[in-house]
Ligand binder design. Sequence first.
Ligand code: R5P
Length: 267
Amino acid sequence: MDWGMKNRLSRLIQRDGRAMFLPIDHGYFQGPTTRLEEPGKTIAPLIDYVDGIMLTRGVLRNCVDPAINKPIILRVSGGTSMARRDELDQEGIITSVKEAVRLNASAVSMSVFVGAPGEHQTLLNLARLVDECEEYGIPVMAVTAVGAELEKRDARYLALASRIAAEIGARVVKTYYCEEGFEKVVKGCPVPIVIAGGPKVDSELEVFRWVYDALQKGAIGVNLGRNIWQHDHPVAMAKAIRAIIHENATPEESQQIFNAAKSESKV
Ligand code: R5P
């Protein structure tokens, strides 16, 4: 691995081998998602607690201070929308690697839709993107996307999609947590795995349990959005999840951190 690739990865994955990424890219197909209507305001109180933010060039340019000292994971795939839910898997590459360099991205991310009609197209997108990014020392994070088919998220499917993404050359894979067999997903994927959260759930303890269990089973961290910034107390959520990732807090300890942060903070 050359110096530039190592340097970019070390900005994202911390010295303890763990990582907490905050994705705010949802608008690229969902439009002004609840509590992400003004992304700059959403991330302002959270930025200190995360190791990187994932977003599109439009939000980066218009809503984020260029003096920010956090690594950027630039989403470069898209071209679909919730208005055509059945075609969410038909993504293409919407941002060039030259643009990623211009924006000083530490990594780029894109979705692959294994098992969907767009499988072949999105896997070839990944292959081309990896070829180009490797030339410039930019890591590619592959997102194993399921579109609206959330029920697909079992170990067999996630292991298949994650392994394929790694085989094609992703340096990091973002996938989902699953209660049964997540260790097999990690074991079968030769590159680091981070987990997404999916749609917001009602109980914060449930989120802490996913994150804790995923780390115990070998994930290096999270790329977790809605269960932080759609929560009524996003800062408390970010602090509690950070404690699991970087301080090995248990779900119960994280709940206490959450409770304390919630009572001392307005957000
Ligand atoms: C999908 O909209 C994006 O790829 C998100 O970055 C990803 O789903 C993670 O965000 P969340 O935890 O909200 O699912």
